[in-house]
Design a protein around this ligand. Structure first.
Ligand SMILES: NC(=O)c1ccc[n+]([C@@H]2O[C@H](COP(=O)([O-])OP(=O)(O)OC[C@H]3O[C@@H](n4cnc5c(N)ncnc54)[C@H](O)[C@@H]3O)[C@@H](O)[C@H]2O)c1
Length: 253
């Protein structure tokens, strides 16, 4: 596979390394600041023109929450299968889905490409479903990441919280701000910590007066994200048009 990478920061470099290990060619890297990128621009249309002209079979986007939407809008018309790892844009998923459908293109997105985290999502959904009948258990989510992270709460934390709402009917609303009042029992607290260089930790607490059940996923490094993104691009090339997530890969296994 010939691959274009948009956003050549920490993840972009790790994706290039993971792609090389899997025998792929990185034919284009785009970044407004990275000195070793093959195209230096922050302008979405110039970026998309460079990507389209590079001969890439697929594009992987890991840039910044403030630029990802413009990049997606510019890349969809290229018709290239597009994998998006940047977080902080999922509120605009309905509009992006419309454009993807209208153009007949293929987009794969995930707030977390690690296989372990995606297994964790399933474990959390199952645990939440099980605990839903036990009203004496409250539930909360906690995430911590390195202090360079641009968005908060993490996309992974939001997905975990979303799965809890889906499975625990007594929780109806995610609250990620600090509580300056007593929480309503229907509110699900999603709390964040930013510190040092930790790659990402997510915990779910099911808490009763008698005990706590704690589920935790700890990312040890970022290699799992990079490998997952490359595997998603490999999978997407054969998938045809549509919008896909890690669930589609898991379901196809
Ligand atoms: N989905 C996942 O599995 C996963 C895993 C890790 C990180 N992330 C997300 O990926 C994103 C990037 O993370 P990172 O650690 O590589 O950050 P980073 O800061 O190391 O790199 C981001 C790069 O994007 C570049 N950039 C900024 N504006 C751009 C634009 N308009 N076009 C192209 N590039 C642009 C920056 O110059 C920088 O080099 C973040 O949103 C992060 O939360 C997702």
């Amino acid at each position: 596979m010939r691959l274009a990478i948009v956003g050549y920061g920490k993840m972009g470099h790790m994706i290039a390394a993971a792609a090389a290990l899997r025998g792929h060619d990185v034919v284009c890297t785009v970044d407004p600041f990275a000195k070793d990128a093959s195209i230096v621009t922050s302008e979405p249309l110039s970026m998309a023109t460079a990507v389209a002209g590079s001969g890439a079979d697929a594009v992987i986007e890991f840039s910044h929450p403030s630029s990802v939407r413009g990049n997606i809008d510019a890349l969809i018309p290229t018709g290239l299968p597009l994998v998006v790892g940047t977080t902080g844009w999922h509120d605009s998923l309905p509009e992006v889905s419309e454009t993807v459908k209208a153009r007949g293109s293929a987009l794969f997105y995930s707030s977390n490409f690690s296989v372990g985290v995606n297994l964790f999502y399933r474990i959390v959904s199952d645990a939440a479903r099980l605990l839903a009948d036990f009203e004496n258990y409250d539930v909360a989510v906690f995430e911590s990441h390195h202090s360079n992270k641009a968005d908060s709460p993490s996309g992974t934390g939001i997905e975990i919280a979303r799965r809890i709402l889906e499975n625990v009917p007594r929780k109806t609303k995610i609250v990620s701000d600090a509580f300056t009042r007593k929480p309503d029992p229907s509110e699900l607290h999603l709390a964040s910590l930013r510190v040092g260089s930790t790659p990402g930790t997510h915990s779910v607490f099911f808490d009763s007066a008698a005990d706590t059940i704690e589920l935790t996923h700890v990312a040890r490094n970022r290699e799992g994200f990079a490998l997952g993104a490359v595997r998603a691009a490999e999978w997407l090339i054969g998938a045809g048009p549509g919008i896909f997530t890690m669930n589609d890969i898991f379901d196809s296994l």
